[in-house]
Design a protein around this ligand. Structure first.
Ligand code: PMP
Length: 400
């Protein structure tokens, strides 16, 4: 039956790890995938997560029944509080629907399916560039994907004028995907003032904001500060979507735990929207898994564990910031030509280095350093030990 099936391409991000795994060099370095590593280069399970798992395992009343289609109720409530703020009027007014989904990707996908069925304008504007999975998730759900200008290679910063122009010309009702913080891959976020202007534009043009929040707590180290853009949009009483992931900020990558929230005009609409979300989820995967959601709920509802989490989260964010500084200093000390200050200015897990495809290929071939071909490096994959190797490689790539 399948002899005519052609070989599909490797995923541009996960394919980097496939290539890395095949490389026998002892000096190889994987800066492709956005997963946190310790100073020793090891994956990290947070202490607070281990603690929560112990409590879950020891709970004799634990059962393994199916969760409801919308997931664990406690988890949903706590996730909404985490992103919208404990005192959010929208939560008090019961006009937010939150559904547990399969991490950030699954939350985006469920949101996209809902929009394809129930939104009159099936066009979504996503930033140029953006996380490589975004265009695929929305296209496959049946939305038409357009780009808005976001990054200016000349300044290695935000193309704010381009962004405003492109969103100004979007048709009324169009959906706008916004990275809540720590934009992937560029590490460039709007300032608070710029967010306010974006908000005003989106509301005045009656566009629909869809936040992707995959890095809450990773940008600044503060969960509240990183959720500020989302909260600004909810405070004005308007509608919005938010997809949350606990992959990075709780290190729960493979547990696939996340949430989709839809902020509606009122509680009546929210109830109907929830009923339709169930109809989206049921034929896709019936209901989500229990374990990851239990871990998150256990941590979020206990004040001590929550505090312990914020300390561990801040430590991860701080280590990344320190890697930025160390890499910047290493390039300075080598006298590497060019302005590398964007390494310390950019925010979150990634640095968008500005290295081109050829330079990236050179660094992989000669230095066994793996990254996506757009020159994005995961700062979380670096350590004090590997910074000099990376700095040597960048220096060689730009001076050759
Ligand atoms: N959005 C963005 C911008 C991301 O970078 C990621 C993870 N790389 C995700 C969503 C989703 O990740 P996950 O499905 O693992 O939560």
């Amino acid at each position: 039956f399948f002899q005519n099936v052609v070989q599909g391409p490797e995923d541009p991000i996960l394919g980097v790890t496939v290539a890395y795994n095949k490389d026998p060099s002892p000096n190889k370095l994987n800066l492709g995938v956005g997963a946190y590593r310790t100073e020793e280069g090891k994956p990290l399970v947070l202490n607070v997560v281990r603690h929560a798992e112990q409590l879950i395992v020891n709970d004799q009343s634990r059962i393994k029944e199916y969760l409801p289609i919308t997931g664990l109720a406690d988890f949903n409530k706590l996730s909404a509080k985490l992103i919208f703020g404990a005192d959010s009027p929208a939560i008090q007014e019961n006009r937010i629907v939150t559904v547990q989904c399969l991490s950030g990707t699954g939350s985006l996908r469920v949101g996209a399916e809902f929009l394809a069925r129930h939104h009159h304008r099936r066009t979504i504007y996503i930033p140029q560039p953006t996380w490589g999975n975004h265009p695929k998730i929305f296209t496959i759900a049946g939305l038409s994907v357009k780009y808005y200008r976001y990054y200016d290679p000349a300044t290695r910063g935000l193309d704010f004028r381009g962004l405003l122009e492109d969103l100004s010309s979007a048709p009324s009702g169009a959906i706008v995907l916004l990275h809540a913080c720590a934009h992937n891959p560029t590490g460039v976020d709007p300032t608070n003032d710029q967010w306010e202007q974006i908000r005003q534009l989106i509301r005045s043009k009656t566009l629909l904001p869809f936040f992707d929040s995959a890095y809450q707590g990773f940008a600044s180290g503060s969960l509240d500060a990183d959720a500020q853009p989302v909260r600004m949009f909810v405070a004005d009483g308007g509608e919005c979507f938010a997809a949350q992931s606990y992959a990075k900020n709780m290190g729960l990558y493979g547990e696939r735990v996340g949430a989709l929230s839809i902020v509606c005009k009122n509680a009546d609409v929210a109830g109907k929207v929830e009923s339709q979300l169930k109809l989206v989820v049921r034929p896709m995967y019936s209901n989500p898994p229990i374990h990851g959601a239990k871990i998150v709920a256990t941590i979020l509802k206990d004040r001590d564990m929550y505090n312990e989490w914020t300390v561990e989260l801040k430590a991860m964010a701080d280590r990344i910031i320190s890697m930025r500084k160390q890499l910047f200093d290493a390039l300075q000390s080598r006298g590497t030509p060019g302005d590398w200050s964007h390494i310390i200015k950019q925010i979150g897990m990634f640095t968008f280095t500005g290295l081109n495809t050829e330079q990236v290929a050179f660094m992989t071939k000669e230095y066994h350093i793996y990254m996506t071909s757009d020159g994005r490096i995961s700062m979380a994959g670096l350590s004090s030990r590997t910074v000099p190797h990376l700095a040597d490689a960048i220096h060689a790539a730009v001076t050759r």
